[in-house]
Design a protein around this ligand. Structure first.
Ligand SMILES: *Cc1c(COP(=O)(O)O)cnc(C)c1O
Length: 519
């Protein structure tokens, strides 16, 4: 069957149209610097009939709307989904937990690395392998398309990427982390993966140094000539796609759990946000037809998104830069996926001025190019047209949470319910409680829980140390994570030099290729 409009992809900056899903997954970022989007978001006419599907069945329904069966046959797609979500510790993959009246938590941390990023990266790892093995059928040695994934991490992304790619054919993965600057658990999660194709580099430098090294490699002609570099950061569209499932699954779980909630009713989602990936998936879900009263953006003190929804201006914080907070996976200066939402809002605005679909898309890309030029040269843009902001506010609300409020929420939630929140989830719950108060308890809220509290032991322990009987090792730390400290590790310490990293990546890839050819 020919691909539908929702199964063909374009770049937000207008340089590409009509791309296949495979191209989008393997490239990650468009050549013009834009991000990939489907030509259209598919309307799920029959979404209500998905009510009793399992997580995997639901994922299949949703993914099929974005991936043509001529690209990935249905049985293959089912097998990829099955492999990706069989690694989760919870039978229902993402359980929904009742916290208090009208407030539910969607636990997204039951994957191998204990953060929500597994839900997308397990899928991406299996997709990479499927697409590469197919490309390489009958090819030998140098003719094989071998993907070298290089990424920088301050913790969560690295371990999720490693767990997603370990042992996969035709892929090598090198993750750079700042030496002695990631938490001991996160470091152990990465360095105890001793699979042949996994390479951990501890850089003598900061997280920013690691990111600069990765950028330098992607811009380096020599690296691009000898390696096929791949990225796993949150700009890969397949990661957004995987996360759409959360919102539908949470919604149907709520309908099963809450007698007063019927399929068709509106719910509020609250999502702790950094790069705007997870909550953008919520936006896709609403465009597909899921009834949401609002999607609430929850930021920490790095609040560029909250400031946008308040003022219509998108601007790096000129005074503070990027702050180090208690929820480090949300410490960002700009949110890369926000470009995707802005494209939709600009396009919808162009339609209201009488332009047809084709010219509205062109206008949206022109707006994006101008805005991002201004962001680059002056550190910000806007305010955007008031109709654009108003249209966005029909779907989105936002709020900001400080470090002290984060700790207070971990403490008060424990006192009331004995449930232990990680600091990112606590940002979400703080925002959800304020939203509950604003809506006078008339609307059910689902807040997304993005990490297991064991990953952020320092903040959790300092929040709860005075609570009677609290014991981190016993109450929080899972056996599997306790066992990490006695496992064999492999890591190479490297100076802060991108040329040094390049030589290591080249020789590691060469070794992986040879090992693979000799079986
Ligand atoms: C990555 C991450 C986030 C932020 O998600 P985005 O998709 O970038 O908005 C929030 N919490 C945790 C624990 C994370 O690892």
């Amino acid at each position: 069957m020919a691909a539908t409009e929702s199964q063909k992809y374009l770049s937000t900056r207008g340089g590409d149209y009509g791309l296949s899903f495979e191209t989008v997954v393997l490239k990650g970022l468009a050549a013009d610097g834009g991000l990939f989007l489907p030509h259209e978001v598919p309307i799920a006419e029959d979404w209500q009939s998905w009510k009793d599907l399992s997580y995997k069945e639901l994922a299949f329904k949703i993914f099929s709307l974005y991936i043509s069966s001529s690209e990935i046959p249905p049985d293959d797609l089912k097998a990829i989904i099955d492999r990706s979500y069989s690694t989760f510790r919870a039978d229902d993959v993402t359980p929904l937990i009742n916290v208090e009246d009208n407030l539910y938590l969607l636990e997204l941390f039951h994957g191998p690395s204990y953060s929500f990023k597994d839900c997308a990266l397990q899928f991406l790892g299996n997709l990479f392998e499927y697409l590469l093995v197919r490309k390489n059928q009958g090819k030998q040695g140098k003719d094989r398309h071998h993907l070298t994934v290089v990424g920088a991490t301050s913790g969560d992304t690295g371990s999720a990427a490693i767990y997603g790619l370990r042992g996969k054919k035709d892929v090598s993965v090198t993750i750079l982390h700042p030496k002695d600057r990631v938490s001991p658990i996160q470091e152990a999660q990465m360095t105890t993966c001793i699979d042949r194709n996994v390479h951990n580099l501890a850089i003598r430098g900061t997280f920013d140094d690691c990111q600069d090294i990765v950028k330098a490699l992607f811009n380096d002609p020599d690296s691009n000539k000898t390696l096929k570099l791949g990225a796993v950061n949150s700009i890969n569209f397949s990661r957004i796609l995987a996360q759409i499932v959360f919102y539908f699954y949470a919604y149907f779980s709520l309908a099963r759990k809450s007698p007063s909630f019927k399929v068709g009713d509106k719910v509020r989602f609250v999502t702790p946000t950094g790069n705007f990936g997870n909550i953008l998936a919520g936006f896709f879900a609403t465009k597909m037809g899921l009834p949401a009263d609002k999607l609430v953006v929850a930021t920490n003190e790095n609040d560029i998104l909250h400031r946008f929804w308040t003022t219509g201006r998108y601007e790096k914080d000129p005074v503070h830069g990027c702050k180090e907070t208690y929820s480090p996976a949300m410490d960002i200066l700009v949110s890369s996926n926000f470009e995707r939402l802005l494209w939709f809002l600009a396009k919808e605005h162009a339609v209201t001025t009488g332009k047809d679909d084709q010219s509205s898309k062109k206008q949206a890309s022109a707006d994006i190019v101008a805005w991002y030029q201004s962001l680059k040269s002056t550190g910000g843009f806007g305010p955007v047209h008031k109709d654009i902001l108003e249209n966005g506010r029909l779907t989105f609300e936002s709020d900001r949470v400080s470090n002290s409020e984060t700790v207070e929420t971990i403490r008060s939630c424990y006192k009331q319910t004995k449930y232990i929140l990680d600091p990112h989830t606590a940002v979400g719950i703080t925002v959800a409680k304020r939203s509950l108060a604003r809506t006078s308890g008339h609307i059910q809220h689902i807040s997304l829980s993005t990490a297991h509290p064991a990953k952020f032991s320092e903040v959790v322990t300092s929040a709860l140390k005075d609570e009677a009987g609290f014991n981190f090792e016993e109450q929080v730390l899972p056996d599997e994570l306790k066992a990490l400290s006695s496992k064999e590790t492999r890591v190479t310490t490297v100076d802060n030099s991108w040329e040094a990293v390049r030589e290591i990546v080249k020789s590691q890839t060469e070794e992986d290729l040879q090992a693979e050819s000799s079986g």
